[in-house]
Design a protein around this ligand. Structure first.
Ligand SMILES: [Zn+2]
Length: 181
């Protein structure tokens, strides 16, 4: 049977619509965080305690790297931000390891049908050097996120400028890519 012109066009449109619906969705998110460096606290970055004379101040362990990463993932999956999920007024998050928060964010992504493809984090601080600790951080974060997530962590100074340069605080920025097959 021969299809009439209009019929053929309709079939073509239907096929195109199906192809669009089946296409995987990619979504990127960015995150930023900053915490004050103070005496009498351990310095925890990327789930790793780094020997230093000061540490980050905050309600949880103040792991600025993980907080920026959580916000990037939450942004990519359209789920708000870390403050909404883990309010710093909630006593259950006092002193908590931020790795636990990252695990919860990863579970939220999984439940929403998302796969985290990769994440790239830059930590901005003058001292101490974080490079020797990056392999341990990647291992720790990989265990929380799933080993198939490609992770990259970089340390950067601001050449003595601004609050990170003077050692008043540490900042971190992150980007994450999520995919829904
Ligand atoms: Zn934070």
């Amino acid at each position: 049977m021969k299809m009439a012109g209009a019929e053929k066009r309709k079939t073509g449109q239907r096929k195109r619509r199906l192809a669009v619906a089946r296409r995987p969705v990619y979504s990127v998110g960015c995150g930023f965080d900053a915490h004050r460096l103070v005496a009498g606290r351990p310095l925890v970055l990327g789930g790793v305690t780094i020997p230093f004379d000061r540490g980050l101040e905050g309600h949880s362990d103040a792991d600025v790297l993980i907080h920026a990463l959580c916000d990037a993932i939450l942004g990519a999956i359209g789920a708000g931000d870390i403050g909404r999920h883990f309010p710093d007024t909630d006593p259950q998050y006092k002193g908590i390891s931020s790795v636990v928060l990252l695990e919860q964010v990863a579970a939220l992504a999984r439940d929403g049908g998302w796969k985290i493809v990769n994440a790239d984090v830059t930590v901005i601080l003058q001292r101490p050097k974080i490079a020797p600790h990056i392999p341990a951080m990647i291992e720790r974060l990989g265990a929380a996120l799933g080993a198939d997530v490609a992770l990259s962590i970089k340390g950067k100074t601001t050449e003595g400028m601004g609050f990170t340069g003077t050692g008043e605080g540490v900042a971190a920025m992150a980007v994450a890519l999520a995919m829904r097959p």
